[in-house]
Design a protein around this ligand. Structure first.
Ligand code: GLN
Ligand code: ZN
Length: 772
């Protein structure tokens, strides 16, 4: 029984690679230094895995930006607009970064490739671009080089390749008249030549990531799978092919996998889908080995050895000990690096620390499991097992996990708690009376520019270098400035600007019960960007008000309505490490109740408009469509719980920043927010197609300009977009606002853009025929 790993985080436990990358991009460090940092990270990771007794250690899991982009470069899938950068003078790495981030230098001005979410994770990959009859060739030898590099350290690694079919499926056709899967015949020879080269250097086992084998795929794709994996095996009878699946179970494609594909080892994700084991054990041909993805690669909880050993023994009893491998459920890319770094973190209670396990610790878990299964008599194994049981029991029996009152509240929720008092139209009338807004009311999404000064004050306060009074006064003066600017601009519904928040989830997590925070729990989100998700370990509830004093202060400065600004329950859940000892839906309901309390307090404090942001609502959608409804039911319910405690005259807004609405528009409508603001401008209102066939009942603010770009939108463009929107949505349902929050922009851009926007609204109002 071997242990193996699918991939290790490459950003560095102290984010060494992040720092080196950003220094390189800003010209502060040399090419040579960046290459050296990459080398150090790889060597460190390999050594660490070796020390942890991992039998099959991956190579080519390192990346300077993204493993999908690596594959594009490897097979020469380089879009035309970058071809001019393929010269002697420009290092290939710069070409690679140009594809990831765009390139503006001298005569070159090329945009970046598109980026999108890696399945249902918070990792983003660079989307390959495909053209009809596209040719591929071995362009970058990274796979081979890294295998060779590890060999220099005395390691025979398991090269990791994104499988050819998943690679194609993850991309996009950039012209019509073909399907990208047709390119497989041109692509496969490049894979074959890579494998030939690493095999010649001594590789015995090759990992091919084919996550699409755990998803819904068409019969055409299945046919391609069959042909490709037959051909690969025929070419390399002596190489061991490990096909890895993750993020879902393989049950739906098990017939294909077990009867039609030729390979040697199948890896399955037993954390996401433990139930698949029985059927896989039964159906997978005897000559194939099975890798059990038993240690959670997506979450930070300690593995329960007793339970895992039982599972492993079940597999061992059916297939024999030599045919079973143990591994993390997926690449450890999605977990923080090293819990040891938290030992000095006094904010993280030590009992909670005992319940956690990060990437490095997860490797230790694998080898402990292996020893426990193979040598149950081993003394060290027994000690490890009993320590593990103690930790697991300590968590299971801990008093801080369950708050009976919270549980009771959740269990007593009724349909009434999830519904506003009256229907939307009745509410709208009451809100109109109170708010007295013009047609095409203007507003923003919440945050205003987060200047260096603001960030400095926040961190000084966090480090206790300035007093609470000094901090509060500073923030109040920022709020004052922001309110004044909005009044001068002529906006209708104002915001306080969110200067006190560094992150829309962390800000609430820090104030809620049931959350814990790490100091170094960074996880790569894209390129050099990392996030540090909070850990939800126990029942969630509110200690006291979280935003009321800021909102109340802001409202005291102006007669215009100021929006209270909250993060919604689904987004807080989605962007945290969530407890795994109760269903996500339950945790989400707890968060929803905490937000509901805050909403009510805002209302009592005289706040008439309250926005509950849910940018992560869509990304929570399960990978398999037949699970969508179940998710949407509890997710939308959670939003309704958070927003339904108020009187009719209180106007609830929500905000989402994505444009793929069509398939869930009816659910979005069911959220029943009085106003929804969405991202729209980049797709030129195309997403409004969703509204063409569906009569969206409530008010809506389709974002009129892209806040991700420094460009100032012209008034006539905005007028044009809103006129276009009127083709889908009656004008008395339309609001005018930017796409998203303005925190990443500077004040100059922000003021100019908003000025354009307000003038556009005025022009549109003037064009409405006046009834005399
Ligand atoms: N209110 C938040 C802001 O304006 C919303 C951010 C988001 O949608 N991601 O920053
Ligand atoms: Zn947004």
């Amino acid at each position: 029984m071997l242990t193996h790993n699918l991939g290790y985080p490459r950003i560095g436990s102290k984010r060494e690679l992040k720092k080196a990358l950003e220094e390189y991009w800003s010209g502060k460090t040399t090419y040579k230094n960046l290459i050296q940092v990459g080398k150090n990270v790889r060597q460190h990771n390999w050594q660490l895995q070796k020390n942890a007794n991992i039998d099959l250690i991956p190579s080519n899991d390192f990346s300077f930006y993204d493993q999908v982009l690596d594959m594009s470069l490897t097979v020469g899938a380089i879009p035309k607009r970058y071809q001019a950068l393929i010269t002697e003078e420009i290092p290939v790495l710069d070409l690679y970064f140009a594809m990831a981030r765009g390139y503006q230098k001298g005569i070159f001005d090329v945009t970046a490739m598109e980026m999108t979410k890696w399945f249902d994770t918070n990792y983003h990959y660079i989307v390959p671009e495909f053209y009809k009859d596209q040719e591929f060739k071995l362009f970058s030898t990274k796979v081979i080089d890294e295998f060779y590099e590890a060999k220099q350290y005395g390691l025979i690694t398991k090269p990791v390749l994104l499988g050819p079919i998943s690679y194609l499926l993850l991309g996009k056709e950039k012209e019509s008249g073909f399907h990208r899967i047709e390119l497989i015949k041109n692509l496969l020879p490049v894979y074959i030549s890579i494998i030939k080269k690493v095999a010649a250097l001594g590789a015995v086992c090759i990992q091919l990531d084919e996550p699409f084998l755990a998803l819904d795929i068409s019969s055409e794709i299945k046919q391609v799978y069959k042909e490709v994996y037959n051909e690969l095996k025929a070419c390399f009878p002596d190489v061991k092919f490990m096909i890895t699946t993750y993020f879902e179970g393989v049950t739906t494609n098990l017939e294909l996998i077990s009867q039609d594909l030729k390979f040697d080892i199948l890896h399955i994700d037993l954390v996401r889908d433990p139930k698949q084991l029985d059927i896989v054990l039964e159906k997978l041909p005897k000559e194939m080995q099975l890798s059990l993805g038993i240690v959670d690669g997506r979450n930070i909880w300690k593995n329960d050895y007793k339970a895992s050993i039982e599972t492993i023994l079940k597999a061992v009893n059916v297939r024999g000990v030599e045919n079973v491998l143990v591994a993390p459920s997926c690449s450890l890319l999605h977990t923080p690096c090293d819990l040891d770094l938290e030992m000095q973190n006094e904010d993280l209670p030590s009992n909670i620390k005992q319940w956690l396990s990060f990437a490095k610790q997860k490797l230790g878990e694998l080898s402990a499991l292996r020893v426990s299964v193979l040598y149950p008599e081993d003394e060290n194994a027994a000690i490890a097992l009993s320590y593990n049981s103690a930790c697991i029991d300590s968590r299971r029996n801990s008093k801080i996990l369950h708050d009976e009152q919270v549980r009771k509240r959740v269990s007593k929720l009724t349909i009434k708690d999830k519904s506003r008092k009256s229907e939307f139209l009745a509410r709208k009338t009451k809100q109109k009376e109170i708010l007295r807004l013009p047609d095409f009311p203007t507003t923003t999404i919440g945050s205003f520019p987060q200047t260096k000064d603001i960030r400095k004050k926040r961190s000084e306060f966090k480090r206790k270098e300035i007093s609470k009074i000094e901090y509060d006064n500073y923030m109040r003066s920022e709020i004052g400035k922001t309110i004044q600017i909005q009044e001068e601009l002529g906006l209708d519904v104002l915001v306080h600007g969110e200067a006190e928040r560094n992150d829309m989830v962390e800000y609430f997590g820090e104030q809620l019960k049931g959350f814990a925070f790490t100091k170094f729990g960074w996880v790569q989100s894209y390129g050099s960007r990392c996030v540090k998700p909070p850990i939800i370990y126990g029942s969630v509830s509110r200690k006291k008000e979280m935003t009321v004093s800021w909102s109340k202060f802001a409202q005291s400065l102006t007669p215009l309505p100021v929006k209270g600004m909250l993060t919604g329950p689904v987004t807080i859940l989605q962007w945290s490490f969530v407890r795994n000892d109760q269903p996500r839906s339950e945790t989400c309901a707890e968060i929803a109740l905490a937000i509901r309390d805050e909403v009510k307090d805002l209302e009592s404090a005289g706040i008439k408009v309250i926005q509950i942001d849910e940018p992560a609502m869509r990304e929570g959608l399960p990978l398999l469509k037949d699970q969508w409804n179940q998710y949407l039911k509890w997710a939308i319910d959670a939003f309704r719980i958070s927003s339904s405690g108020v009187e009719d005259y209180t106007q609830i807004h929500t905000h989402m920043c994505y444009s793929e609405f069509n398939d869930i528009i009816d659910h979005i409508a069911h959220m029943d927010a009085d106003v929804i603001t969405i991202e729209c401008s980049r797709s030129q209102m195309e997403l409004l197609d969703a509204f063409a066939g569906f009569k969206y009942p409530n008010d809506i603010g389709p974002g009129v300009y892209d806040i991700h770009s420094p460009r100032i939108p012209k008034t006539e463009e905005i007028v044009g977009l809103i006129q276009k929107a009127q083709g889908y949505i009656p004008k008395d349902q339309l609001w005018i606002n930017p796409d998203c929050g303005l925190k990443t922009r500077n004040w100059k851009e922000t003021k100019e853009a908003l000025k354009s926007m307000v003038i556009a609204a005025k022009e549109l109002r003037a064009a409405i025929p006046q009834v005399v």
